[in-house]
Design a protein around this ligand. Sequence first.
Ligand code: HMG
Ligand code: MG
Length: 303
Amino acid sequence: MALPASVRVVEVGPRDGLQNEPGDIIPTETKVSLVHQLADAGLSHIEAASFVSPKWVPQMGDAAAVMAGINKQPGVFYAALTPNLRGAESAIETGKVDEMAVFTAASEAFTHKNINCTIAESLERFTPIMELAQQHGIRVRGYVSTVVGCPYAGDIHPLQVAAVARELIDRGCYEVSLGDTIGVGTPHRVKAMLEAVSKEVPMEKLAAHFHDTYGQALANLYAVVEEGLAVIDSSVAGLGGCPYANGASGNVATEDVVYMLHGLGIETGIDLAKLVNTSHWITDQLGRGNGSKVALAMGCGDN
Ligand code: HMG
Ligand code: MG
């Protein structure tokens, strides 16, 4: 299949990237500045916050303040994670959220650890969120985690993923993002998973959300883009990981994805040099190493 002419990159750094950051709570201004810089670099879809329980994920406890601090740019979608009706109500109250994201998994064990319920219960929880979203004209994205492997249950069968993805679409999600939460996939396995899912959900409603724990994310992304998938989630500087998936490292780095896509002649609308500056800035703020090979290779333009 021909490669797509363009790919929509969904930046999840401010949420997936920062939710698992150890140490002190990152200042709200740093989070807001990160979102502003990402929009300035041309990211048109930014997951900015997460309205989950601060007892479960302390780094996301200032979600409302983060949203309040954002100066929204035209043409940019600002998204927030909402695990339950309470989270959705809080997100909508900010008046700033363009999109909510609900999340479940293909593994019962992971769903229990992450959101303390069964897969079926999680889907039921989403019904009032969908209704609220519809009343407010806000679209809802769905996540399926552990689409290849689960840290608690091992290998996941592609048909399990397909069934949950289909449920999310049937319940009103406009798009489903397929999460290789612990980055265990390899190209043929993710292709087999995508083949099963795309029999239930059209390819244009699917996104890839690959963590890079085993260094396979770019290879896996190339494999699924070749199959016609054209929405990729990634995290600036490769920040992140899921606090309820032992050993999960960050998402694939946005800089590395953009470099690969541009090299393939695929448009993203992203200014790589600006993005790399943001990458160095945020890793300086966090006092951590940079997970992007491209950012390391390009150095910091400000120096
Ligand atoms: P629970 O303990 O079953 O529910 O948690 P609860 O209703 O008993 O609530 C527990 C406490 O949290 C209560 O406070 C609630 O009031 C409060 P207390 O009475 O003890 O003082 N609470 C809330 N506070 C603020 N906002 C809310 C909210 N809801 C309850 N919305 C719950 C259930 C879903 C809340 C919890 O399990 C939770 O927050 N889990 C989130 C875990 C999480 O954020 N994981 C990371 C995101 S998912 C991910 O990273 C994967 C992804 O990237 C894709 C991939 O990589 O595969 C998306
Ligand atoms: Mg993730």
